[in-house]
Design a protein around this ligand. Structure first.
Ligand code: CA
Length: 237
């Protein structure tokens, strides 16, 4: 089984650094970070990362000198440079030092994630995506990080909510009755006469998180007389 891609973020601006760590963690990366050039270089040269996101303007040492030092040690280490400086000269300088790609700030997170994934694929990294469930409305559920992502918005789930989604996903060839969810997800004995409203309340909460119009669900649907069904574009896992 392929491991999670390991990413190093070298960025001194706390807001950008935290944002990058969160976004890439959500996308299934194992993320570490450094706040300045010296500690960034130390971590980058450890060889422990599948990808390095390198800011150019950094305290102590700039991203260009880090990139050059990384290349000197390892010609194949994937590196993408991030910077507010986006003149042709800066881009040529970064690429001539061996960066695999160059993304100018302010960047679109979606585009950055795609660029990182593209460079990773070129480097031969095999992505681990079996923890992601893609819904027809464009929402991606991440069962490892207990959240979902739609456009640039991340919404958290409770463990119970994720267990419901995973159970429905595993059995998405048929509607799942409420009683079965109570038995399999909650662990209640089927012989007990438990209030099935518990299930409905959880489904309503999930719809508010997953659906554009919770009252007219497109992905987490009710099958009359049958139960609930999760419509995904990912096959059952
Ligand atoms: Ca900076």
């Amino acid at each position: 089984m392929p491991h999670k891609p390991r990413l190093l973020v070298v960025e001194d601006e706390p807001a950008i650094r935290t944002g990058l760590v969160d976004v890439f963690t959500f996308h299934g990366f194992d993320v570490d970070y450094a706040e300045d050039g010296d500690s960034g270089l130390h971590k980058a040269l450890s060889g422990a990362f599948d990808m390095i996101l390198l800011d150019v303007m950094l305290p102590k040492q700039d991203g260009y000198s880090l990139c050059a030092a990384i290349r000197e040690q390892d010609r194949k280490q994937p590196v993408i440079m991030l910077t507010a400086r986006n003149t042709d000269e800066d881009i040529i300088h970064g690429l001539s030092l061996g960066a695999d790609d160059y993304v100018a700030k302010p960047f679109s997170i979606t585009q950055l994630v795609l660029r990182v994934q593209a460079v990773l694929r070129r480097s031969g990294f095999e992505e681990q995506t079996d923890h992601l469930i893609h819904l027809a409305n464009g929402t991606t559920i991440d069962s490892v990080n207990l959240c979902c992502q739609q456009n640039d918005t991340t919404t958290a789930f409770t463990k119970r909510e994720m267990e419901i989604l995973q159970y429905l996903h595993r059995h998405n060839e048929r509607p799942v009755p409420r009683e079965e969810l109570l038995h399999k997800v909650w662990g209640y004995d089927q012989t007990l006469n438990i209030e099935t409203r518990t299930v409905d309340i959880h489904i309503a909460k999930l719809r508010r998180k997953l659906e554009a119009e919770p009252k007219h669900p497109q992905c987490l649907i009710t099958v009359r007389g049958g139960g609930y069904k999760l419509l995904s574009t990912t096959g059952p896992v």
